[in-house]
Ligand binder design. Structure first.
Ligand SMILES: [Zn+2]
Length: 543
């Protein structure tokens, strides 16, 4: 059984890949429904009655999907990412509950109208045709519309999923109703976008997990469409860049997909890094020459990572107006090791500012109403302004209330080749500012080339980090701000290859609320920026 299901899953994904580019989602749904019904059949094959039900079900799904274009629901989970057709009944969107749960666990259903019972793992759901109240494990559950049985399929209103699914899954499930995207568990892919410091025509996206979007272009725009990735956007959907060639990008979600629309004055090409976490946009003619991904990774014989023109775009890839869809083979780095870019790689931005904590991680509760995660974002925005006003290009890692792991933060810092990484924290105890650097001993052991130890990535940059810490401390003392410089095993400092410091801001006096005062934030941000500016040449900026 496991091998059967694995095979079905890979067939399904391959069909998805092939159909993605030609703009016919209905064909994809049909193909999916076929494989999907097959997988249900394999699950419940021992019972003849159940098998005939599954066959019936497959017809029902095919009939529904034949009436294209139908809406569909994109589902993202750690077990699988998949897509299901939605049907409209009584002015509401409905989805088949059995099909929804099938990829997530062991599921079976029995239809005896008007009753319909479903087992998911060890949870029993009891539904009745025409009723808005169901029972899950013997307890009442309200639906947002009547339960429907059609050809043995149990259909529930889409809007009921937020309350119903956690009862079956025993964990969180979040439905984004506006865009028909369902996130199961704490799963989300975040991204940052940064214009290359030395080439304003290159825009690089970094993602916290591998992605494989489809790429399309029209005059003035390049669009990345993410159907299979649980991509989530920044707090402000419009990103603006200091580049005449690529002035802006806009994030949106609709109909089971996330989209990034990049505004551009020239045709752009997209290239993908071998690990699938980086997408670089550059003018079509120079993209091939500049691409860091021009060669296949060892062991692959697919045209894996360079953007290839779709059939719609006639002409050779290097002159086509940026229509391309790349397919990359993705394999995570071995545990404990991450590919760390060499120090000589071109710089894309000078400073990375990391607003620590975020999302579920609120940081310290500075007061009953004040969370550290909100203060760090406010400081980050001010510090970016201060650094950029001194001519130092800056990227804020978390500009929204996003969950970002420590590894993701270090990964961003390393892949953007920043000269300095600055993590921001806030604290209620003590006064003034504490500046931390890594506790690791200094080491220049670079024998391992591209693969440096993830846990000791910082060791070769210790002197630079301590220099940055001392310089920032000097500037703060000039303003009579109490400062201490400390070393600590504070993550993710150890995982950052470049100069890295963590700045913890405590209030100036007894009242914690002073941390929110614009004057105080501005004072600290200005002094930190002065300290970084003072040693910019040591850190690697042009003088
Ligand atoms: Zn903190």
């Amino acid at each position: 059984m496991p091998s059967t299901r694995t095979k079905i899953k890979s067939d399904r994904e391959e069909i998805f890949e092939h159909r993605l580019g030609n703009g016919t989602p209905s064909r994809f749904i049909s193909a999916y429904a076929f494989n999907h019904a097959a997988s249900i059949a394999s699950l419940i094959a021992p019972s003849g009655a159940a098998l005939s039900f599954a066959v019936l079900l497959s017809f029902a799904v095919l009939l529904v999907s034949a009436a294209a274009p139908e809406k569909h629901l994109a589902v993202y989970s750690t077990a699988a990412n998949y897509s299901l057709p939605l049907v409209q009944r009584g002015g509401q969107d409905y989805v088949g509950l059995l099909e929804l749960l099938d990829p997530l666990g062991t599921v079976s259903a029995k239809s005896e109208p008007p009753r319909w019972r479903l087992h998911y793992n060890n949870v029993l759901g009891e539904f009745t045709e025409g009723k808005t109240r169901a029972r899950v494990q013997g307890r009442d559950a309200d639906l947002t519309g009547k339960f429907i049985i059609e050809n043995g399929r149990g259909l529930i209103p889409l809007a009921s999923l937020n309350s119903l699914l956690p009862r079956f899954l025993g964990g969180p499930a979040t439905l984004r109703e506006e865009s028909n995207r369902l996130f199961i568990g704490n799963i989300a892919t975040h991204f940052t976008a940064v214009i290359s410091a030395d080439d304003p025509s290159r825009l690089t996206f970094h993602f916290t997990a591998p992605v494989n979007p489809s790429v399309a272009s029209e005059p003035g725009k390049l669009r990345l469409t993410f159907r299979r990735e649980p991509l989530t956007g920044p707090a402000s959907p419009m990103l603006t860049f200091a580049s005449k060639i690529i002035p802006a990008a806009d994030y949106s979600e609709s109909d089971g997909a996330a989209e990034i629309d990049v505004t551009t004055s020239v045709p752009l090409m997209a290239s993908f890094s071998p690990d699938g976490r980086t997408v670089t946009l550059a003018p079509a003619k120079s993209a091939t020459a500049n691409s860091q991904t021009a060669t296949n990774p060892p062991g692959t014989n697919r045209p894996a990572v360079s953007a290839a023109a779709t059939p719609a775009a006639n002409g050779p890839a290097n002159t086509a107006p940026a229509a391309g869809q790349a397919q990359s083979s993705v394999s995570p780095p071995p545990a404990g090791m991450q590919p760390v870019p060499p120090a000589s790689a071109p710089r894309r931005c000078f400073a990375i500012i990391d607003a620590s904590h975020g999302g579920n991680d609120r940081g310290e509760a500075l007061s009953p109403t004040l969370a550290e995660k909100d203060i760090t974002v406010a400081f980050a925005r001010r510090l970016r302004q201060e650094l950029e006003s001194r001519g130092l290009s800056t990227l804020v890692l978390r500009d929204s209330d996003a969950n970002l792991s420590l590894d993701d933060r270090a990964y961003f810092a390393n892949t953007t080749h920043a000269a300095v990484y600055i993590a921001l924290h806030a604290a209620s105890n003590g006064h003034g500012v504490r500046i931390y650097t890594s506790l690791l001993p200094y080491s220049t052991d670079d024998d391992r080339g591209l693969f440096r130890s993830w846990t000791e990535a910082q060791s070769s940059s210790i002197p630079l980090s301590q220099g940055a810490s001392a310089s920032v401390a000097t500037e703060l003392r000039k303003l009579q701000v109490p400062v201490r410089t400390l070393t600590a095993p504070l993550r993710p400092l150890n995982n950052v290859t470049t100069a890295a410091i963590a700045i913890e801001v405590a209030p100036p006096a007894a009242t914690v609320s002073a941390l929110t005062a614009p004057d105080y934030q501005q004072l600290i941000a200005g002094a930190v920026a002065n300290g970084i500016f003072a040693i910019r040449t040591q850190l690697g900026a042009a003088p």
